[in-house]
Design a protein. Structure first.
Ligand code: IPM
Ligand code: MG
Length: 359
């Protein structure tokens, strides 16, 4: 026991949604005697304001020492003009890469209560349950060389490098296939192997990994087609596995199928299953400080943390049930409210989940 959770609220709506997630975490900590202790740290813009850097050494050390990390959201216009290497997002990317959190799990599940909130027809999304497994510490996000240089003719040129080594592809492949075994046993690997050599290798290595999982069906899809299929017939997918940038884009699209990105949690895992948990959405500067943010994605991230890293499936299930209960009660933050429906605040939504947990 005595497990440590590092809480990193971040920027704009980050602290608002985190306050509710922490109340939920404290409630299950008590009710299930989990023996968790919570510690707070600074990341992103909040860290820049205090220490001049987006990922202070103290935060990195606390993250290394923690059993799991709960993150709100980082970034926003306040730091638009800081130097590129000091941007808030760099704090998040630094944490992902320093802790080798290579496996990003982004489930897109449609709560039946929210079928009307999706921008797609209810019959297209009813029962939707997709898991996007995104590689998180490689690919074009981290490839070198990178930068903006000035050519001899005085013109500037921006450049990045899209690179994956076999071992990076193999480990995310194994994670995806292992997870598929707990679901419908289908993996769709998304690449652009008709154009990019790096993803020709990606496809080859996925085929190799698949040999270890004869009970799981592997298919391949080009990323452009995958984007189209996600909005055309999303229920054809079970697990999708893809690289860092494609996963970033496809997971936003998948999120919207469920009505609101405000509902979607995520896990970022290292090879030992230790991880960082965060909502899929960003810091939403436009609605910060108004009590309009949906705390459910962060609350559901707490559930993922309990399930994947802390091995507390009962507490995780209790949170998921409580979220389902408050949706049944008709509570909606503005992002998931139907036209003309009265919306509740961030705080009220969090309080309702806590009340449902207490039964
Ligand atoms: C995400 C975000 C991040 C990413 C940003 C904030 C750096 O969009 O987690 O999807 O691109 O990975
Ligand atoms: Mg993103």
């Amino acid at each position: 026991m005595g497990r440590r959770i590092l809480v990193l609220p971040g920027d704009y709506i980050g602290p608002e949604i985190m306050a509710e997630a922490v109340r939920v975490l404290e409630t299950v900590n008590e009710r299930f005697t989990l023996g968790l202790s919570l510690e707070h740290g600074l990341l992103g813009g909040a860290a820049i304001d205090e220490h001049g850097v987006p990922l202070p050494d103290a935060t990195l050390q606390a993250a290394r020492d923690a059993d799991a990390i709960l993150l709100g959201a980082v970034g926003g216009p306040k730091w638009d003009n800081v130097e590129r290497h000091l941007r808030p997002e760099r704090g998040l990317l630094g944490l992902r890469s320093q802790l080798e959190l290579f496996g990003n799990l982004r489930p897109a599940i449609l709560y039946p209560q929210l079928a009307d909130a999706s921008s797609l027809k209810p019959e297209v999304v009813a029962g939707l349950d997709i898991l996007i497994v995104r590689e998180l510490t490689g690919g074009i996000y981290f490839g070198e060389p990178r930068g903006i240089r000035t050519l001899e003719n005085g013109e500037r040129q921006g450049f990045n490098t899209y690179v994956y080594s076999e071992s990076e592809i193999r480990r995310i492949g194994h994670l995806a296939f292992g997870l598929a075994r707990q679901r419908d046993r289908r993996v769709c690997s998304v690449d652009k192997s008709n154009v990019l050599e790096v993803t020709v290798l990606w496809r080859e290595v996925m085929e190799e990994v698949a040999r270890d999982y004869p009970d799981v069906a592997l298919s391949h899809m080009y990323v452009d087609n995958a984007a189209m299929q996600l909005v055309r017939a999303p229920k054809q997918f079970d697990v999708m596995v893809t690289g860092n940038m494609f996963g970033d884009i496809l997971s936003d699209a998948a999120a919207m199928l469920t009505g609101s990105i405000g509902m979607l949690p995520s896990a970022s895992l290292d090879k030992n299953g230790r991880g960082m948990y965060e909502p899929c959405h960003g810091s939403a500067p436009d609605i910060a400080g108004q009590g309009k943010a949906n705390p459910l994605a962060t609350i559901l991230s707490v559930a993922m943390m309990l399930r994947y890293t802390l091995d507390e499936a009962d507490a995780a299930a209790a949170i998921e049930q409580a979220v389902s209960d408050v949706l049944d009660q008709g509570l909606r933050t503005p992002d998931i409210a139907a036209a003309g429906q009265r919306a509740v605040s961030t705080r009220d939504m969090g309080a309702a989940v806590v009340a449902a947990l207490r039964g």
